[in-house]
Design a protein around this ligand. Structure first.
Ligand code: HSE
Length: 332
């Protein structure tokens, strides 16, 4: 039985004090997928989910208000364990504070996404934590609320608020995010038979520093070019116009500033394009590189991209994913 107390409004703010008397000991597991932020053309605005990797959060409700990290398993073991710096824990703390949750959580985090990979790992951990907590703490959070709490969690790692990893990890598919604190998210249709090739070199790039290095200004010419590109890319997706997507999947503003972070980036990008990709760029802030292509060409493009990295002495892993990959889910 769930007992929920509503506390009268204080000013404009409602505090819901929820005491889950019989939920102590309840355990819930949630999975959230990796994602490609920016999708090259839409810095902080576009993202899509990936179907081959994700993070898993196992949350047990405990007495008291502690939010504790029990263990980290998987590809990354060395994560902060405090609720200020760990993206999953920070998201949980944000929910707990806003809803005045009188119980705590013990968390096990299974990292299926490599750290500093550009595959949205910090976002996936936060999304999985919010998805698990909503169920375990018995909250009927709206999708907007889940997004907001996960964003707050992710900010612990990236140092900024951008929904282009959190939103696709939560909702799945290709999404357009507008706004910062409470972004509006729009699902963009993905043309049939489009795949994403993702190549991850054995390197780490941290989003926080890859954001800090960016110039604050942009020339008028670049602004015009990038604005046309993102509008054309979204139109191309709605119209299933692969030529338009190919013309528009480009980044003249951010990619040139970050290209040097990834040895061999230009060669890998050129290899993808020379073999028929619709576009290729950094996944998020890198070092992973993604390419969109027709599904029938994905294996060949993957081979060329990995070969280009290896020819430069950079070892890498690679995958092929649907662009319309599913978002976060509860698991038994
Ligand atoms: N939009 C973010 C950035 C994504 O490029 O900084 C980070 O994964």
């Amino acid at each position: 039985m769930r007992i929920a107390y509503s506390v009268p409004p204080a000013g404009r703010v409602f505090f819901w004090a929820t005491i889950l008397m019989n939920a102590i000991g309840k355990t819930v597991t949630a999975y959230a997928p990796a994602s490609v932020g920016n999708v090259g053309v839409g810095f902080d605005a576009l993202g899509h989910a990936l179907d081959f990797a994700g993070d898993r959060v196992r949350l047990t409700v405990i007495e008291g208000k502690d939010i504790l990290l029990d263990a980290v398993t998987g590809l990354t073991l060395d994560l902060p364990s405090d609720a200020g710096s760990n993206t999953a824990l920070r998201a949980l703390r944000a929910i707990q504070d806003e809803y005045n949750i009188r119980v705590g959580a013990r968390v096990t985090l299974e990292k299926g996404i490599p750290l500093g990979s550009g595959m949205g790992g910090s976002a996936a951990s936060a999304v999985a934590a919010v998805t698990a907590a909503a169920e375990a703490w018995g909250l009927s959070l709206s999708e907007d609320d889940k997004l907001r709490f996960a964003l707050e969690g992710e900010a612990a790692a990236s140092g900024g608020l951008h929904a282009d990893n959190v939103a696709p990890s939560l909702f799945g598919g290709l999404v357009l995010c507008e706004g910062v604190r409470r972004p509006h998210v729009t699902r963009i249709p993905v043309p049939r038979n489009i795949a994403c090739v993702l190549v991850h070199p054995d390197l780490e790039v941290y989003t926080r520093s890859a954001r800090n290095m960016l110039s604050a200004g942009v020339s008028l010419a670049d602004h015009v070019c990038q604005t046309q590109a993102i509008a054309g890319f979204v139109a191309g997706c709605f119209r299933s116009d692969l030529d338009q997507i190919r013309r528009c999947l480009k980044d003249v503003v951010i990619e040139p500033q970050r290209a040097e972070l990834v040895p061999g980036f230009r060669k890998v990008q050129s290899a993808a394009m020379a073999n028929g990709a619709l576009g290729a760029s950094l996944s998020g802030s890198g070092p992973s590189i993604f390419a969109w292509c027709e599904s029938s060409q994905a294996e060949e493009i993957r081979g060329c991209m990995t070969h280009a990295f290896q020819a430069d002495g950079v070892s890498c892993s690679s995958w092929i994913s649907a662009v319309n990959a599913a978002g976060a889910r509860l698991e038994d």
